[in-house]
Design a protein around this ligand. Structure first.
Ligand SMILES: [Zn+2]
Length: 296
């Protein structure tokens, strides 16, 4: 099992990175005020989530704790029940909250049997329908729901202006193929432009290494999303050829089987037809050569 890295990215902000950042190995983090500690996201399994909470609380035990979830996907949200058990409040967009309450979503048809541990959803999730500030004592954070469907229909970002850090959740993937299974390619392109307007010096992506606006991680991803729309205008795109081209154009990204899903999502948007999620998932399994093993 890979070992998470605790990385300070500002006086009060810490990124929690789980290399190599692929399936279910998400990033999280925390911001620590004088009175309150806020986690950004949890992890996929009970064991990983409890370790995250323990790391965040070490040295900060006199502070109240809560969590803000960037979206509903299990790698980011499965551990939210453990924040509640630790006496904390959990926040998410209304759409993500509804999705999380219906979980946990473990997809055994894609990933097989996985030792998740206890990952029941929290009893209560406080919905964040609009931009909101939280006073943590001597510092404040901003929670901004993403105004369009992007990676999912219920994304948010967490901004800590004092440290100039933006936790993007899965709006941004660093070194990992983005996944639009529950998203919108066109909306995601808009959302990346919206992310730039925060002017944050440090971007903590949902997966992979921390980055900055000066590096080309965001631009590479934006170019990929535009490419997806550009190559799927035909009624019957050549999916296998396009998947191969994507692997060649973005060779630094792991989990390349996701191109199969993203191309189908882009095609549905171009042609104005419904996205067949089950068909896309099957195409992804085929590209992966069978069930995707998780080392979590
Ligand atoms: Zn996600």
């Amino acid at each position: 099992m890979s070992v998470p890295e605790t990385r300070p990215v500002g006086p009060r902000t810490t990124a929690y990175l789980q290399p190599p950042g692929g399936w279910f190995l998400n990033n999280a983090g925390w911001i620590c005020g004088a009175e309150h500690l806020v986690l950004v996201d949890t992890c996929a399994t009970e064991q990983r989530s409890r370790r995250l909470i323990e790391q965040a609380r070490s040295g900060n035990r006199d502070r109240g704790i809560s969590a803000v979830l960037t979206h509903a996907h299990g790698d980011h949200a499965n551990g939210a029940g453990h924040v509640e058990l630790a006496g904390g409040t959990v926040r998410a967009t209304p759409a993500a909250a509804e999705e999380i309450r219906g979980g946990p979503h473990t997809h055994p048809e894609i990933f097989g049997e996985v030792p998740w541990g206890e990952i029941s959803p929290p009893e209560l999730i406080t919905p964040v329908p609009e931009p909101t500030e939280m006073d943590l004592g001597e510092t404040r954070i901003e929670i901004h729901p993403v105004p369009v469907r992007a990676h999912t229909g219920g994304d948010l970002v967490v901004h800590h202006p004092a440290d100039s850090v933006l936790f993007t959740g899965d709006l941004l993937f660093s070194g990992v193929t983005p996944l639009a299974l529950h998203g919108s390619i066109g909306g995601w392109i808009e959302a990346l432009e919206w992310v730039k307007r925060f002017g944050a010096s440090t971007l903590v992506p949902g997966h992979g290494p921390v980055t900055t606006p000066a590096e080309d991680v965001l631009e590479r991803q934006s170019a990929y999303l535009r490419w997806l729309l550009a190559v799927t205008t035909d009624p019957e795109p050549e999916h296998s050829t396009l998947q191969q081209r994507a692997r060649e154009h973005w060779p630094e990204w792991q989990d390349a089987e996701r191109h199969a899903v993203n191309l189908r999502r882009a095609h549905a948007e171009n042609r104005g037809h419904d996205f067949d999620l089950a068909d896309a998932a099957l195409a992804m399994l085929s590209a992966a050569g069978g069930r995707i093993p998780l080392d979590i």
